[in-house]
Write a protein that binds this ligand. Structure first.
Ligand code: SF4
Length: 322
């Protein structure tokens, strides 16, 4: 543990194909110049609505989809330039937990085998007895009875399956975990348990999390830093308490105003989200957010705002914020 992830101008473009011969007729910029940092041992929440490119960004950092450009330094290494052989040790260090614990676990493998598979592939714990003891310890650590290691995934609830997925990631001693909406498929009460577990594990192992979510309550609960993403680009980033406490970008403000408040008195109607996110196939010109922005000015329709540092710790992309 103890390495920072520093991403600069990450690009992921997908070809758009049409017709009988599947000719490439254009490209979608699913991730369009994303910069962010995950400090060692801390959590950066990458926040946005579905389709904004946040999952694609996370996958590109782990080489699960090819990046089209940019840099991603982890410790001293440039992740996006590594050959498959150079990437091998990083497969241990960088793990991912997916949203759907139902489809991310092989239904034909027993839980013990699921945990063992990654260890074998990556050369962790070559001794069979030590490996078996490690599986028991991992299952107990994530709150499961080690005696259940011979069962299959379908015998577990959604929350238990996510615990198995977390144990599988931990089995290879990662230092950074990309968590892709790990609780959004779960009941609210189970969500809180899984978030607590992730927080405890972070403190215990010094883990860094790139936490992908659309849920600002989750961000408030566990993020140290936040990056808000809209149509492939980061529109605001900074320390979590700054961004949530004093959001500066109109999109961040819209997201926050749409979070249900406990005290009904502070509920406003003008903050509810306006319209839907346009298709990334055909993003609006100028500021991508202008069709939904209540503060849009004339130049917002034509000029895309650059990232601007508005303090030592915060970056905002908006013509009206400086
Ligand atoms: Fe709104 Fe203009 Fe700022 Fe975009 S640049 S968020 S349209 S005010």
């Amino acid at each position: 543990s103890g390495k920072a992830l520093d991403v600069e101008a990450l690009e992921v473009h997908f070809p758009v194909r049409k017709g009988l011969f599947r000719r490439v007729v254009g490209h979608v910029k699913a991730v369009d110049g994303v910069s962010l940092q995950v400090p060692a041992g801390q959590t950066l929440a990458l926040v946005g609505e579905s389709g904004c490119g946040k999952t694609t960004a996370g996958k590109a950092l782990l080489q699960l989809v090819p990046a089209s450009g940019g840099r991603a330094r982890y410790g001293g290494q440039e992740l996006l330039e590594l050959s498959p052989r150079e990437w091998q040790p990083l497969r241990r260090e960088l793990q991912m937990i997916f949203q759907d614990p139902f489809s991310s676990l092989n239904p034909r493998m027993r839980v013990g085998e699921i945990l063992e598979e990654g260890m074998l592939a990556l050369g962790v714990e070559p001794d069979a007895g030590a490996r078996s003891a490690r599986i028991d310890a991992l299952l107990a650590r994530v709150g499961l009875d080690p005696a259940m290691r011979d069962r299959f995934p379908h015998e577990f609830s959604g929350g238990q399956r996510q615990r198995i997925a977390i144990a599988r990631a931990l089995a290879v001693s990662p230092s950074l975990i990309v968590c892709d909406e790990p609780t959004s498929a779960l009941d609210v009460s189970v969500q809180a348990q899984i978030l607590n577990l992730l927080r405890e594990l972070q403190a215990e192992y010094g883990l860094s999390y790139l936490f992908i979510t659309h849920n600002l309550a989750v961000v408030d609960y566990l993020a140290h830093h936040v990056a808000v993403m809209y149509l492939g680009r980061i529109v605001e980033r900074g320390r979590a308490e700054e961004v949530l406490g004093n959001p500066r970008h109109p999109y961040t403000r819209m997201l926050l105003a749409a979070v249900p408040r406990l005290d009904a008195a502070s509920r406003t109607t003008d903050g509810l989200t306006r319209g839907d996110m346009p298709s990334p196939l055909n993003p609006p010109p100028g500021c991508h957010f202008h069709p939904r922005c209540s503060e849009a000015a004339e130049r917002c329709r034509t000029d895309y705002p650059e990232e601007r540092w508005i303090s030592e710790t915060r970056v905002v992309r908006c013509h009206l914020v400086n």
